[in-house]
Write a protein that binds this ligand. Structure first.
Ligand code: GLU
Length: 303
């Protein structure tokens, strides 16, 4: 299948809608300044074919997409022990909710809500330098250096009161081993990584290759671990809209409030779409629309 014309066609379809609907995330001041009228997409197939269209080379804040890579590091380092303190169920609650955490004694529902990612980050901090580990993984996966956007990290640290509450709350249940401030510093930096659609399409390549590194072929995770990540993306990867994503798109996806969404077609390709304006669930409005157009046009689905 030739993907380049398909991505170009999708850009043409969404272009008239740019900036018309949705809102850029405004609870993180540095994200509130990002111009809404941008859209990019890129993909990389398992045999190395690449396609990209629109603002595919523009770096944006990957935000919660980083939770995918933190989880990958955690699963690689700890294996099944990672799941001692983190569940695998959709939360049915906003990604930064405190309510469920209290009812469930400080055990987050899954690694893709904020509490879950903070718990994963705590385990990574116990292993060593969690910030450097993430940059090293991402730079290796997309074959070029990846950096933090320090302005975004500082902006999150200055306003991340809910995340601080989540971290301290879990600590009060004895579910965080390290200093909460150190864990949050790593978590905020992970969210503040800047990457483009093309870099993310490359970096997620191990998820469509049964855990093999997209360039070196090295086994990063086992086939079983990779399937598990894909299943968590499908059930928990898009906040409280995972059912809608499965229904309309039919692929494992992970979104972030920077407007990026990555998606995986196992054994075929990984792709990334980005447009900063979000819908009420916190997912990129045009990103979701574009993914639906893509799966409709190509017939690709996990179902
Ligand atoms: N840094 C954001 C937060 O912690 C991530 C949110 C997201 O992309 O879901 O609130």
């Amino acid at each position: 299948m030739q993907f380049q014309p398909i991505l170009e066609e999708i850009v043409e379809t969404v272009r008239p809608l740019l900036g018309a609907q949705g809102h850029v995330a405004n609870y993180i001041p540095a994200l509130a300044r990002v111009p809404a009228a941008q859209f990019g997409s890129a993909l990389r197939t398992c045999d190395g074919q690449e396609a990209q269209a629109g603002d595919s080379g523009t770096r944006f804040s990957i935000q919660s997409i980083s939770k995918l890579f933190a989880l990958t590091l955690g699963m690689g380092a700890l294996g099944d022990a990672l799941w001692d303190r983190i569940g695998r169920e959709p939360s049915g609650n906003p990604f930064n909710s405190l309510v469920q955490l209290e009812a469930e004694q400080g055990t987050p529902r899954n690694p893709f809500i904020n509490a879950g990612a903070i718990a994963v980050t705590d385990r990574l901090v116990s292993q060593g330098d969690a910030k450097a580990a993430l940059l090293e993984l991402l730079s290796s996966l997309c074959n070029e250096p990846v950096h933090f956007d320090e302005e975004v990290a500082a902006s999150e640290a200055a306003t991340g009161f809910r995340n601080m509450a989540l971290g301290n709350f879990m600590k009060s249940f004895g579910k965080i081993d390290n200093d909460v401030a150190a864990v949050l510093d790593a978590y905020f930096h992970h969210c503040a990584v800047g990457m483009s659609c093309l870099q993310l399409a490359r970096a997620t390549g191990y998820l469509c290759r049964d855990g093999r590194h997209p360039f070196s072929g090295e086994q990063l995770l086992t086939e079983r671990q990779t399937r598990r990540i894909n299943s968590l993306m499908l059930t928990c990867g898009t906040y409280d809209a995972a059912g809608e994503f499965a229904f309309r798109i039919g692929l494992p996806c992970k979104s972030g409030v920077g407007g990026g969404i990555v998606a995986v077609v196992p054994d075929r390709l990984s792709l990334c779409v980005w447009s900063p304006a979000l819908d009420a669930t916190g997912n990129s409005l045009l990103g979701m629309h574009a993914l639906e157009l893509f799966t409709t046009r190509t017939g690709l689905s996990v179902f």
